[in-house]
Design a protein around this ligand. Structure first.
Ligand code: 99T
Length: 209
């Protein structure tokens, strides 16, 4: 087996990193990437990571030629062009735009959940903005409702960019908002998520408890 040619800055609790890891597993590319774990928040940047990604965000993928890719969407697109199996991002046609749009909605859910995490975990309690938090939570609720009502059948058809992004999002909600109780409000999504969690790629990339 040849040595890994790429390095991924990541964190096991980061859902954006998890998207990359799941795709690596799904496409048989895990041995091409060495993993570099880093802890970052907006108030605790990592110098090494900032050298590679000026935004200071995870994930970032350093390629063998010295180029660095970020964010998770760009990295997934790149890695999906590096294997010979079925693409996990449809290359053309209406499927491409539909699946990318579903993936984007899952990312928006994730952005809201990460902002809530930072507001509640990093910001002193007396400075937290309840109305802002409520509106981020509403973004999550609207997104979950859309997936439940409009997209769960489509998602079940195959495990690709849209499914990976939503699965990472639901896993992150379980990690950071364990009392949210989303499964009772969105039972079809709960059943879908139970099924996808049986995949080896999801088992291998579970965030720490
Ligand atoms: O914002 C910062 O300075 C540090 N935050 C991050 O690096 C987060 C880690 S998730 N990453 C992103 O926000 C990346 C978003 C980007 N659009 C992408 O890659 O898709 C950390 C979650 C947690 O610790 O709970």
């Amino acid at each position: 087996m040849s040595a890994p040619s790429m390095t991924l800055y990541y964190n096991p609790a980061s859902p954006f990193s998890r998207k990359v890891l799941v795709l690596l597993h799904e496409t048989g590319q895990t041995n091409r990437v060495s993993l570099k774990p880093v802890n970052v928040t907006p108030v605790n940047p990592n110098n090494d990571l900032c050298q590679e990604n000026p935004a200071g965000k995870l994930p970032a993928l350093c390629l063998a030629d010295g180029n660095v890719l970020h964010d998770s969407r760009v990295i997934l697109d790149y890695l999906d062009h590096q294997h010979v199996g079925n693409p996990l991002i449809p290359r053309e046609g209406s499927a491409r735009w539909r699946r990318l749009t579903l993936a984007s909605l899952a990312d928006a859910l994730l952005d809201a959940a990460v902002l809530i995490r930072y507001e509640t975990f990093l910001r002193p309690a007396q400075k937290q903005w309840a109305e802002w938090l409520d509106n981020q939570q509403e973004k999550i609720a609207r997104s979950l409702s859309y997936f439940e009502q409009e997209a769960v059948t489509e998602l079940s058809s195959h495990f690709d960019i849209a499914s990976i992004s939503l699965a990472a999002g639901l896993g992150y909600l379980d990690l950071r908002q364990p009392d949210l109780g989303w499964r009772s409000r969105y039972p079809r999504l709960g059943a879908w998520y139970y099924e996808v969690c049986q995949r080896p790629s999801m088992i291998a990339t579970q965030p720490p408890a």
